[in-house]
Design a protein around this ligand. Sequence first.
Ligand code: PLP
Length: 405
Amino acid sequence: MSSSSFERPERIQFPSDEFEFSTLAVRAGQHRTGEGEHNDPIYPTSSFVYSSAREAAAKFSGDEEGNIYSRFTNPTVIAFEKRMAALEGGDRAVATSSGMAAILSTCIALLQQGDHVICSRSVFGSTVSLFEKYLSRTGISVTFVDPTNPDNWAAAVEPNTKLFFMETPSNPLAELTDIEAVSAIAHANEALLVVDNCFCTPALQLPLTQGADIVIHSATKYLDGQGRCVGGVVVGREKEMEEVFGFIRTGGACMSPFNAWIFMKGLETLDIRMKAHSASAMEMATWLQQQEGIEKVHYSGLTTHPQHELAKKQQSGFGGVLSFEVKGDRDAAWRFIDATRMISITGNLGDVKSTITHPATTTHGRMSAEAKSEAGIKDNLIRVSVGLEAIADLKNDLQLGLAAI
Ligand code: PLP
C-alpha cells in the first residue's frame, strides 16, 4: 500500500503459487523501508504526513493510494494482513484488535437486522454470548446446532438464514464439522460459511479451499504462539473483506502495529510449531488414554475419536489441544490441576508453554448449565494445550495430577 520514495522494490512478489507454505509464512507481505533492514520494520505512528495540501487531499479522497491514519491502515499491519491472506489462500485479510473483534466485525459488517445465523453449539464461550446476548439486540437471531452432523445444519435453515458459523476442531472437546458438506448446505441457501480456524491454523487446515467463504482467527493463540499479545484477523474474498475493513475502519477495532509485528514473528515459526505441538499432543493423548484415573480423552488424532477419518480428510495434522475427563467430579478435576507444578494454569492456549484449564468454570463458565450440558462441557473435563516442553517432563507433571485425583 505505502509507496514512499524510500521503499525498495521487492525482488519477489508474494503471494505466489511458486512458494510453499513455510516460505510464505516467513516472507509473504514483507515490507522494507529501503534502509537495508533485514527484519520487518514496525511503524509506530498514529498518522502520516504529506508533502503538500494537494497530496493530503488526494490521499483523503482516495484519488491516490497511501496511508492516512493507523485506524485505517498501517504498513506493519498491512504486512501482517498480506502474510495471512497468502497463508489462508484468501484475496485479502483484515486484522482486528482481538479474535472476538474479528467475529463481531464480520457479523456486523455482513449481517442486517432480521437476519438469522446458524452457529455450532461447540464454539468458544464468548462467541456464544456474543450471538445470544449482544447480536440478538440488533435483531440478528441465532440457532445453535450440534455441529457434527451436516443434517443438523440443513434442518436449522430458515428463510432469513444468512450466515453459518463453526469452529472445527472445537474447543475444548475437539468435535469436528465437515467443512465441505456444510459449505454446500450454506451455499444452496445463499448463506456464507465462516470458520474459526484458531485450533488448526492454516498450517494444518485451509477452510477456504474446502468451501468456506471466510476464515477468522484469534491471533492471540497459535499465530503468535508465545502468549505475548491479543489480536485477530478475518480472511476471505475481496467483496466481503472490503465490508469488514469498512466496519473496522469506522468501528475502530483495529490491530496495533506493535501487535502486527509480533504476529508476523509468530507466523515465521508457525509451520514447525504446529508440527511439534501435534506430535507431542498425539503422544500425550495416547498416554493419557492408558491411565487408570482417566475416563475419556478427546483428541481427533486418536483412532477411537468418532471423527478421526474426517480429521484425516480435512486436516493435515491433529493440532496441539486435547481434553480429557477424569474419573470423579469437579473437585477431582480441580485437584488434578492444582497438583501439576509446571504446566501453566490459565485460560489461554496455543502457546509454546503448555497450559491447563478447567473449561466449565473458566473459559465456558458464563454458559448456562443447560448449554454446558448440551455442549458436553462436564465438570470433570480438563483441557490441555500441549506446548513445546519435553514430553517426558509434561507427562511427569500430569502424573502428579493423576496421583491427586
Ligand atoms: N475463537 C476461539 C476458538 C478461541 O479459543 C478464542 C479465545 O480463546 C477466541 C475465538 C477469541 O479470541 P480473543 O481472545 O483473541 O478475542
